[in-house]
Ligand binder design. Structure first.
Ligand code: FE
Length: 337
């Protein structure tokens, strides 16, 4: 994939020398999958005439940017999770972007005050609960998960996965280190099995009767419902939006940032503004069953049908700042062990 991308960049460079009136281009490094990004880049190109080259990466974005240095072709990066966005920012590979459009489209809590990253969509980390074995109102808070009444009834993916580290970072912010350590011990003691698999594998385990509740991101409900085999897993659970005892429901973001050395800065800015527009937000959110964040946008009716929630107000940068301390607590209790 990257070989093609590189070739197209070189080809474009050759064209620029021969033909100064060449169309604008923008180069994107994306941790998000082609099926999510393609409809957006197509719409952007149709609207602006700007060609978009996307390198889809599985990992190693920071290492790649570092290796390429000032000569990196990358203009824009797309990723999920505040810790990954903050990672690229803290490594010094982004630049501040000043844009009235971006600031108007993206609510303040979902962007960097200095303009180094902008959120595009949110997802909540929620509880999937067996329709048969968990009564309405039996679990309402994240703190509840440590209650001994759940002994042997909880399934989760690894505690060190970015999604669970971000959740633990929020627990840490709300309740402090000591309470968070105790919470992790309590949740671990309630596990039906060692942490394993992804978020959907936990819902499968509920369906199979191995556990009664699991923690997972909202959009997986949509993905399971759209999958012939997994639909039965989704149908076996209710979606519950827990809150912190002194807060709201934990959310994380997908987001965008401009690379510090962006060779196509104007086109990059146009693309970022397009991605935050209500039109693009709804395409993007719908494609992955997420929540758009631009004013005046709404989630897909299917997603809205899972219920409404109040997003927790812990600042996303605080979550990123708490990441290392949260991970240390998770490792100290040997959560996956
Ligand atoms: Fe995911």
């Amino acid at each position: 994939m990257f070989a093609n991308f590189k070739n197209s960049v070189f080809a474009a460079a050759a064209t620029i020398i021969a033909l100064p009136a060449v169309a604008e281009e923008v180069n994107v490094y994306s941790y998000r999958q082609p099926e999510l990004i393609k409809p957006l880049t197509d719409a952007f190109t149709a609207e602006t005439g700007i060609k978009v080259n996307v390198a889809y990466l599985q990992k190693g974005m920071i290492e790649r940017l570092k290796a390429e240095g000032e000569r990196s072709p990358a203009d824009v990066i797309l990723t999920v999770d505040i810790s990954r966005l903050a990672g690229v920012v803290n490594a010094g590979f982004t630049q501040a972007v000043e844009s009235e459009t971006l600031n108007a489209n993206v609510p303040a809590q979902y962007r960097d005050p200095d303009g180094h990253w902008f959120g595009l969509t949110t997802r909540a980390r929620i509880i999937y609960a067996s329709k048969d074995r968990v009564a309405d109102g039996e679990v309402t808070t994240y703190e509840d998960l440590a209650d001994p009444k759940w002994n042997g009834r909880i399934c989760t993916r690894s505690g060190t996965h970015a999604y669970n580290v971000a959740l633990t970072s929020a627990v840490l912010e709300h309740n402090g280190a000591e309470a968070t350590g105790a919470w992790l011990e309590g949740v671990k003691a309630n596990l039906a099995r060692k942490p394993q698999g992804n978020d959907r594998a936990q819902v499968k385990a509920i369906w199979a009767g191995e556990c009664d509740i699991s923690v997972g991101n909202t959009y997986y409900m949509g993905k399971m419902l759209a999958d012939e085999e997994q639909k039965a897993w989704a149908d076996s659970v209710n979606v519950i939006f827990p809150t912190f005892e002194n807060g709201g429901t934990h959310v994380n973001v997908s987001g965008v940032a401009m690379v510090k050395s962006a060779p196509n800065k104007d086109a990059a800015l146009k693309m970022m503004e397009f991605l935050t527009s209500p039109e693009a937000q709804e395409i993007y959110a719908k494609a992955n069953y997420e929540y758009p964040i631009a004013a005046g946008t709404e989630a897909d009716p299917l997603v809205q049908g899972w219920g409404s929630f109040e997003a927790d107000d812990v600042n996303l940068m605080t979550l990123a700042a708490n990441r290392d301390a949260a991970l240390k607590l998770i490792e100290t209790v040997d959560f996956d062990g």
